[in-house]
Design a protein. Sequence first.
Length: 76
Amino acid sequence: MPGASSRAERQAHKDEVARLREQIATLERDLHRARRCLASERAGREALRVRLAHEERANAFGVGVLCGLAFPGDES
């Protein structure tokens, strides 16, 4: 029976290796998906930052124009 025991151990080892490889593949896919998600989130935040900065400049310009119209002699 030592041969059967050794074969069973080898098969158990092969099964464990296969299971771990599958687990690694799954974790690598999850990591890749998470990295894509983070990159997308960062790109979205950057686009929002740029848009808000543009709106802030436009609003500041509008306030300046309105103040100039409301207070024509005040150049502060």
